[in-house]
Design a protein around this ligand. Structure first.
Ligand SMILES: Nc1nc2c(c(=O)[nH]1)N[C@H]1C(S)=C(S)[C@@H](COP(=O)(O)O)O[C@H]1N2
Ligand SMILES: [Mo]
Length: 199
């Protein structure tokens, strides 16, 4: 039997597709409301809650922090997945070190300029698993995709990646966010198809 080499990459791609997902080359936009206007001259990112040293950075200050590049697959609960998305930003590991997250902290709540919130266990934002992204594909993140800055937690469904992020709050109890209190799964692992509350 002759096996065309052309089939290899396709099979590899399917291994990267979580159950129930399809691949798209587009970049769909999903927001609960209109894109908020975020002025770079007043933009700031606060890191607060259970930390030794709460911090707030202006746009310029935040851009001067050490940044990393990552390439990751992303998975939306509406069933599209997009492979090899390229982002640059400041890792949560770095931010957590700067503010000194208290040992009692168990969760992170992201707050956004449109009033959106989402909750994450701390272990899901450490060890290179999350960043505050400032560029997508080497360009500033488009406003509809969360620019100037969005949280990126690519191993969970994409609703956990809060767009237009304005504050990261460390807390000692889980606090379900905007979609999590409206029927989405509290954790959102695409490989376990944790789409809705009881999945
Ligand atoms: N601030 C904010 N972040 C958000 C949302 C939102 O409405 N507001 N929507 C979430 C949802 S449900 C998804 S699927 C992704 C979509 O990101 P995209 O529009 O860049 O594809 O953003 C998430 N982050
Ligand atoms: Mo979504």
């Amino acid at each position: 039997m002759i096996i065309s080499k052309g089939f290899q990459p396709k099979r590899a791609r399917n291994d990267r597709l979580p159950p129930g997902q399809y691949e798209t080359r587009d970049f769909p936009v999903l927001s609960l409301g209109p894109t908020p206007e975020v002025d770079l001259s007043t933009w700031k990112l606060e890191v607060r809650g259970l930390v030794e040293k709460p911090c707030a950075w202006s746009w310029q200050e935040f851009n001067d922090l050490p940044q990393e590049n990552i390439v990751r697959d992303i998975h939306c609960v509406t069933k599209w997945s997009k492979f090899d998305t390229r982002w640059r930003g400041v890792s949560l590991d770095y931010l957590m070190e700067v503010v000194g997250v208290s040992p009692e902290a168990t969760h992170l709540i992201a707050h956004s300029y449109d009033g959106y919130t989402t909750n994450l266990p701390l272990e899901d934002v450490v060890s290179g698993k999350a960043m505050v992204a400032l560029t997508y594909d080497d360009a500033p993140i488009a406003a509809e995709h969360g620019g100037p800055a969005r949280l990126l937690v690519p191993h969970l469904y994409f609703w956990k990646s809060a767009k237009w992020v304005k504050a990261l709050e460390f807390v000692d109890a889980d606090e379900p966010g905007f979609w999590e209190v409206r029927g989405y799964h509290n954790y959102g692992d695409p490989w376990k198809e944790q789409r809705y509350t009881n999945d």
